[in-house]
Design a protein. Structure first.
Lengths: 97, 573
């Protein structure tokens, strides 16, 4: 999946350095995300400096639908800045007993 | 509204009105308050003085969704304290439709080999029948034979060989919406109490038409409608339908609270292979059923039917706690063997949590290697065979630990913890240690509150606020288990606690508000704590095994930090 708007129209070209990230969506988070495999996840390209919050927005997932996130196996806050090659896992809020 | 009192020494049954002392109660509130009033706390749990009380929730039998919950109470042979074990299926709704508030089984037959069936017909008439022909049967075969003899349209609540052997890890199984004995009142070893009473099965006609009248049917209907809408509108409902409670495997593993290899680690490297996502895919691919309806009046459908590679039935329902106890806890990433173990426990009549943790302790002690699913299957089969090892496994983790002289035994009041490590979720340390039920997650599930990174209000590694939060959860859950609402349908409280209180009032015929809800929670907990105190429990019993205080749990490398003083303040109510 390519991020639209990597170039801005007009005479000036703004080049944004992109990075590849793997994201896996758990529960039903990936249900409406094109290209997401429920067991393998998907690759996305995002501008360097993007955060977990940016990733959630980019995937068009309402923020409140995400309950927990991890980056490379460690819990992460939504302000966590991502780097190339990160494996991000997003989980639904939990309830139960 | 009536009690069925079953005297097993004379094999007589009496239907009586519900005494004023128990008016307005159902489920756990009724079983616990009655046990505290009527069962001698120091009695032998398998002796004649103990009572086995089977009570649907106060709202069970009404039109309220997800309210087919049954409380089974007794003095527990596992913990030595008071016990309420909660189960779904269809029997609770059926008892509600017969206007039966509780079945109270008292005393025991003089002949310890005698075995009976308790049969309740569509008019609510009860009879004890000779059950000798069913002795030793596993639950699936038992149900097949009982349905052939008594008709398909019956709910059957029964014990397997483990209950007959009086093992303290034995369950009471009950049939689901498809008539399979796959729903378990697993905790506390109550199958042994039923076995000691000489009852193999309770057969309840599904066609009762004597539901208790409602004092205000219109108000009830409106509130029930609002409740159902809140459940339907909750987004978690769809997760539960598609993945079942197994949706918890991935996030609990992610937060490092998934006890692995007898709680030596908090994350399992094989979790992806046994996650809810994987399970749902396997079931779908093989032609099994996700989003299966297991309980009467359920609109969530968290159940499933797990099938083998040929598409043949293996078990229903494969759930989070069992995937943990037979999976992560054993270092076993083979979903097929986990499903087989789930079936075996249902068939033999064993608590999957207690049994899985018992196997984990045996593996930790070096009896068999972690990760060996077949060894686990052999150990569980040994329970039905009645071998010495089988007796140990069937008596739970503490018995296994004692046999191997192994002290890494994750039990509280002798009952195994569930699938949340208290070192990574300090709130669960409080619940496990202080609930009168012994290690039990449903008594006060404070997991979400402890996921601080993403909106949980408490630091999962700190003591601050944990006691108060667990206490409040435990008081609330005592009433949820009294009215008979499914844990997973608590999303319906999104329509307001007052909405639920109005339903209680609409049945009671007198005001019942949020203050009454809170007061009832305290009344129940006080009765349970009082019973345990008289049975000999002290504050020293409200502690965790030392492994949780001394062994840091990877990956966070934390231990339980709740002080004894804090634990002791939990029940200053």
């Amino acid at each position: 999946m390519k991020l639209p708007g990597a170039q801005v129209p007009g005479n000036f070209k703004l080049w944004i350095v992109m990075m590849e990230i793997t994201v896996r969506l758990y529960g039903l988070l990936g249900k409406n995300v094109a290209g997401h495999d429920s067991l393998k996840g998907m690759m996305v390209e995002m501008p360097e400096g993007s955060t977990v919050r940016d990733l959630i927005a980019y995937l068009s997932i309402p923020r409140e639908k995400v309950g927990i996130a991890s980056v490379d196996g460690s819990l992460a806050k939504e302000t966590r800045v991502l780097t190339a090659g990160n494996f991000v896992r997003l989980y639904r809020p939990i309830s139960g007993g | 509204m009536k009690f069925l009192k079953v005297d097993m020494s004379s094999q007589t049954i009496a239907a009586t009105d519900v005494p004023e002392a128990y008016a307005g109660l159902g489920g756990r509130g009724l079983t616990s308050i009655m046990i505290n009033n009527e069962v001698p706390p120091t009695c032998d749990p398998l002796g004649p003085e103990n009572k086995l009380i089977i009570a649907p929730g106060f709202l069970t039998g009404t039109s309220l969704v997800n309210s087919s919950r049954l409380s089974i109470g007794a003095k527990s042979p596992l913990t030595g304290g008071i016990k309420e074990s909660n189960v779904g299926g269809t029997v609770a709704a059926d008892l509600g439709h017969l206007g039966i508030t509780a079945i109270i089984v008292e005393d025991k037959p003089a002949d310890s080999e005698a075995l009976y069936l308790l049969k309740i017909d569509a008019e609510g008439n009860a009879a004890l029948l000779d059950g000798a022909a069913y002795k030793g049967l596993r639950t699936y075969e038992l149900v097949r034979q009982l349905k052939a003899a008594h008709g398909e349209k019956n709910s059957i609540t029964c014990i397997g060989p483990a209950g007959e052997f009086l093992l303290t890890g034995s369950s009471i199984q009950t049939t689901d919406a498809d008539g399979r004995p796959c729903r378990a009142a697993g905790r506390g070893g109550l199958g042994a109490v039923m076995g000691a009473k000489g009852i193999k099965a309770v057969i309840v006609d599904r066609g009762g038409k004597s539901t208790d009248p409602l004092a205000d049917a219109n108000v009830f209907k409106e509130c029930a409608k609002r409740y159902a809408k809140a459940v339907r509108d909750d987004e978690g409902t769809e997760d539960l339908a598609q993945l079942g409670s197994a949706f918890l495997v991935a996030p609990i593993n992610a937060v490092g609270a998934f006890p692995t290899r007898n709680a030596r680690e908090g994350q399992f490297e094989g979790a992806e292979k046994i996650s809810g996502e994987t399970m749902a895919e396997v079931i779908k691919k093989r032609g099994g059923i996700n989003a299966h309806m297991g309980c009467a009046q359920c609109i969530i459908r968290c159940s499933n039917e797990y099938v083998d590679e040929k598409g043949d039935y293996v078990t229903s329902s494969l759930e989070y706690e069992t995937i943990w106890s037979m999976g992560g806890m054993l270092g076993n990433d083979d979903l097929d063997s986990i499903a087989r173990l789930d079936f075996l426990c249902d068939d033999i009549g064993l608590d999957t949590i207690s049994t899985g943790v018992a196997v984990a302790v045996a593996m930790d002690a070096g009896y068999k290697p972690f990760g060996d699913g077949q060894a686990a299957i052999d150990m569980v089969e040994a329970v039905a065979e009645g071998t010495e090892m089988g007796k140990l496994i069937g008596n739970g983790p503490a018995a296994v630990g004692q046999h191997f002289n192994h002290d890494r035994v994750p039990v509280m009041k002798n009952q195994s913890m569930a699938a949340y490590d208290p070192r990574a979720l300090q709130g669960m340390a409080v619940t496990y240690a202080t609930t009168p039920m012994g290690g039990d997650h449903t008594a006060g599930w404070v997991v979400a509150d402890n996921i601080a990174e993403w909106g949980g209000k408490l630091d999962p590694f700190a003591a601050e606020g944990q006691v108060e939060n667990s206490r409040n959860s435990q008081l609330h859950m005592a009433v949820v288990d009294t009215v008979g609402i499914c844990d997973f349908a608590q999303s319906g409280f999104g329509a307001g606690l007052d909405n639920v209180c109005k339903m209680v009032a609409a049945k009671l015929g007198k005001p019942f508000g949020e203050d009454d809800w809170a007061a009832l929670g305290k009344r129940i907990l006080k009765a349970e704590l009082d019973f345990n105190r008289k049975a000999g429990f002290t504050k020293a019993d409200d502690r965790l095994p030392k492994m949780f205080y001394e062994e840091p749990l990877p990956p966070h490398n934390k231990v339980v930090v709740i002080s004894d003083e804090d634990m002791d303040s939990t029940w200053d109510i």
